[in-house]
Ligand binder design. Structure first.
Ligand SMILES: [Zn+2]
Length: 411
């Protein structure tokens, strides 16, 4: 990640101090010579940096450890309570908020149903109340808060935090960061939720931060993020990762997508699409098991109910699920052919519906993938945890530390 230094100069790559912090996050407790070897800096340079990080309260010395005879070196670990980060995951049904330390420790996590989607200004006002309420509940000293990273679906102009277009929310050109910063006493960045999820997948200690990782979010909507050697690939206009809006189903009867196009992956294989197709089936007298499961309340059919009906032998719903797996596989095969990533993580609500769905996605991906292309790629189902996007958002705060006053000493 490049950054602008305090004298306004653009530098490429992470600063030495951030590299040392990330090393201690991943490997701590760790001594100075091991840090120097890991981040490829000289031992005197690492000594200068660790001295400053100690003074600033970013790290702590945890004593001298080692085996064998001789002098044992001082070990360093992250300090959890000096700098706090707030991560917010804005989902279509729930909003989740976490407050963490730079050591990744979670101080508080809380969730709220998503409301006022059709009134963006009111939505943001309520979000401010939620953030302030959570800080109060956690009894956090507000002066320790570095800032807030809000992660949501859609095209985000990351420099200004404007939501350019979020089909799932029906929003266009919403100055999210500006509105939040007008009310909150904290600096705010706004990011795409799939990028936050991807940051969680390469979190400190995983050992995959030097790989090329493609992370696809399969939920109410569909999106993706590409990270290479710890750096998000944004693209020329910052819109990379619109995996849900690749055309997979052109031709007769193609479905309208929320983006305005037709036949997109999101229009046929997302949670919203499965729910809509399930409702259509039930309305037309098909999918008898689905109709039974919703107790005749067709408007309450969601993707989970479609999966449940399929598992209980509803052939119509089983076909919907199989088609979703097929279209996701088609799109993933294209992603593999083009990008040849090391790892693919499949995340999001659809992945909560059992191993069989994951196996069918892999089957269709392999079937469509060009022979010999992407032959080293590992496709993984992300561990299901509703808090990963919010936690990933807190990790993005250090990655974009150059944007936050409280971390300006790192640059
Ligand atoms: Zn679309």
């Amino acid at each position: 990640m490049g950054y602008t230094t305090s004298n306004g100069r653009y530098r490429d790559g992470l600063s030495g101090k951030v590299k040392v912090i990330q090393c201690i996050q991943a490997k701590g407790p760790i001594n100075r010579s091991a840090i120097a070897a890991a981040v490829q800096l000289s031992i005197p340079a690492v000594m200068n940096i660790t001295d400053e990080l100690l003074r600033r309260g970013v790290i702590i010395a945890v004593g001298k450890h080692g085996s064998g005879v001789g002098k044992h070196p001082e070990m360093y670990a992250m300090c959890g309570d000096h700098f706090r980060c707030i991560g917010v995951d804005i989902g279509r049904t729930m909003e989740r908020i976490v407050i963490t330390g730079l050591d990744g420790s979670v101080l508080i996590q809380d969730e709220f149903p998503t409301e006022f989607v059709t009134q963006p200004r009111r939505f943001v006002d309520r979000l401010c109340e939620i953030i302030c309420h959570t800080v109060e509940s956690a009894a956090v000293d507000p002066s320790t808060i570095v800032g807030v990273c809000v992660a949501m679906p859609g095209l985000i102009e990351v420099d200004t935090g404007r939501v350019v277009f979020s089909p799932n929310f029906g929003w266009k050109d919403i100055p999210m960061q500006q509105w939040l910063e007008e009310t909150l006493p904290y600096q705010v960045i706004v990011e795409n939720a799939n990028r936050a999820q991807a940051f969680w997948e390469i979190r400190p200690g995983r050992g995959n931060d030097q790989l090329t990782v493609f992370c696809a979010g399969l939920g109410f909507g569909i999106g993706a993020a590409l990270i290479r050697q710890g750096v998000v690939y944004y693209g020329a206009s910052g819109t990379s990762g619109e995996f849900g809006h690749v055309t997979v189903c052109p031709g007769e009867g193609e479905r309208q997508c929320t983006c305005g196009n037709t036949g997109c992956l999101e229009a046929v294989a997302s949670g919203a699409a499965l729910a809509a197709q399930g409702r259509e089936l039930a309305e037309s007298g098909h999918a008898a098991m689905l109709y039974k499961l919703c107790n005749g309340k067709i408007d309450q059919i969601d993707a989970r109910l479609v999966f449940d009906a399929a598992k209980r032998g509803d052939a119509d719903c089983a076909l919907l699920v199989e088609n979703a797996a097929k279209y996701i596989g088609i799109a993933l095969a294209s992603a593999i052919n083009m990008l040849d990533p090391d790892e693919i993580y499949l995340c999001g609500g659809l992945m909560k519906n059992g191993d069989e769905f994951f196996e069918r996605i892999k089957y269709h991906t392999r079937k469509r993938q060009m022979q010999f292309a992407g032959r080293h790629v590992v496709i993984c189902a992300s561990i299901q945890d509703d808090w990963h996007v919010a936690k990933g958002a807190t990790l993005m705060i250090l990655d974009k530390g150059y944007k936050f006053q409280a971390l300006s000493f790192l640059y």
